[in-house]
Design a protein around this ligand. Sequence first.
Ligand SMILES: Cc1cc2nc3c(=O)[nH]c(=O)nc-3n(C[C@H](O)[C@H](O)[C@H](O)COP(=O)(O)OP(=O)(O)OC[C@H]3O[C@@H](n4cnc5c(N)ncnc54)[C@H](O)[C@@H]3O)c2cc1C
Length: 466
Amino acid sequence: MTDLAAPSLVQASTSVDVGALAAFEEKLKGCVITPAGADYERARHVWNGHIDRRPAVIVRCRGVADVIDAVKFAREHALLVAVRGGAHNVAGHGTCDGGMVIDLSGMGGVDVDPAARTARAYGGALWRDLDREAQAFGLATTGGTVSNTGVVGLTLGGGLGWLMGTHGLSADSLLSASVVTAAGQAVRASATENADLFWGLRGGGGNFGVVTSMDFQLHPVGPLVLGGPVFHPLAAAREVLRFYREFCADLPDEAEAFAGCLALPDGTPVVALILGYNGPLATGEKVLAPARAFGTPLVDMVGPLPYAARNAMLDVPFGIHGLHRYWKSGVTNTLSDALIDAVAVGAEGMTSPLSALLFFRVHGAAARVPSGDTAFSLRQDQWDVNVVSQWSQPAECSRHIEWTRRTWGDVEPLISGATYVNHLAADDTPERVRASFGTNYLRLAGVKRTWDADNLFRLNPNILPA
Ligand SMILES: Cc1cc2nc3c(=O)[nH]c(=O)nc-3n(C[C@H](O)[C@H](O)[C@H](O)COP(=O)(O)OP(=O)(O)OC[C@H]3O[C@@H](n4cnc5c(N)ncnc54)[C@H](O)[C@@H]3O)c2cc1C
């Protein structure tokens, strides 16, 4: 899949009428940034340094009215549209060549209602913004595994995170959303208002409109949770990952166990068990004890910490802005010995100390929701397996991309499922994109027809209106 592989039902233009743009800018509370602007170089870049695109105009919105006007302007001028929240999409869907970027990074506020235990996150909020406000009241909701992904972008795909065993995906705690549609209208979506749209927003990606805010149910997590990594030498990867498979089989909902092969900051290659428990610290100590007692770890960093700190624990190296990235991923409900061997071989041949092979365990509440209840269809006890390459030097691209492709070539035949929507790569095929929506694709195509029949919002894992 490339950004432009998805056909638009309207002809998109990539250039902007300068006179019309000036009149449009007059109305905005935010601003427009064009290639002539001093801020353009900084503003055009997204988190993945490998994405190098040059939009014709970036609209920095400062409110719902700005978003409405931006959508109308893009329609009237038949502009290609990219929507940007946290800018983390690895495939680069948050930007485009030519056309308009609707950039919500200036709308990053979060309001918490501690009595109702709810939070409203605006369209450009990052998880660290939501974590900080919610943690002031001992509350949280399932967010990502790093703190600087966008709340909306992550939730639209489903949202895998540290609290999913207990509270489901991020999308499972979504109560309602405010959306500017392709027609430039502001609507609400919830279980009782525009319920089809609400269903589609919980796993259907950015296909249906620009989300200007989302309301979430929050959950008590207390001042401290138990969490942290246990590192073993990479030479022990096969034994550690076989142990990990058995440990995951009996995990209570409150426990989390992710795993990965990566390198420590000093370059030492390791296999890590990345553990957590969302409940009383003493119970967590007992539940996680077998994973901490296994083998001969290099270091055990599990301990009590604020939830917000747990959510920022992997920010280095995974949240560093501007590194080049390329990844492949898919879900599997079994970790065979052959898969573990393929992962170990991949890790041994890693070409960058910033790269990683990761297993995210999806279980408990996240797996129990029936597949058709939300647009996120990949509901089962499973692991999300990621082959991630990261590097800093542009001249090294082909080496690291080749490693990812080679390793994925060994891993893919050994996994059982599709790719999580938010983990699709820029070159995944339209068939793989469609498979990521599983049995919900046809219903999603109908929701798309209702809300975006012309496929204005198509720089995403695209659903064709039908
Ligand atoms: C380091 C890293 C860690 C990650 N960890 C996790 C994780 O733990 N769990 C997980 O589930 N995913 C994770 N992801 C994947 C992440 O969910 C997706 O990359 C997601 O698209 C990021 O959203 P964003 O707003 O930051 O990105 P952007 O690039 O800004 O947006 C991506 C897409 O989301 C849509 N979008 C964003 N904001 C809006 C909006 N306000 N209205 C309408 N559409 C919008 C658009 O289609 C846009 O193209 C991670 C990604 C990275 C790079």
